[in-house]
Design a protein around this ligand. Structure first.
Ligand SMILES: [Zn+2]
Length: 59
């Protein structure tokens, strides 16, 4: 099964204020070209609040 890496960053949720926002990035696997694309796409997604799932902003 594909693993995922979770990136964590502290940001401002519009509802909960300061939270540890997370973003899941698929771990590299085979075929590498496929995962390179999937990871690049995942890294463009916003970090989201773990409590409400809203995108978090960074001051
Ligand atoms: Zn929130």
């Amino acid at each position: 099964m594909a693993k995922t890496e979770v990136e964590v960053r502290t940001g401002q949720c519009p509802v909960h204020e300061e939270v540890e926002a997370t973003r899941e990035i698929p771990a590299l696997g085979f075929p590498y070209a496929y995962y390179a694309i999937v990871r690049a796409r995942a890294k463009r997604r916003p970090f989201v609040c773990p409590l409400c799932g809203k995108p978090v902003s960074f001051p």
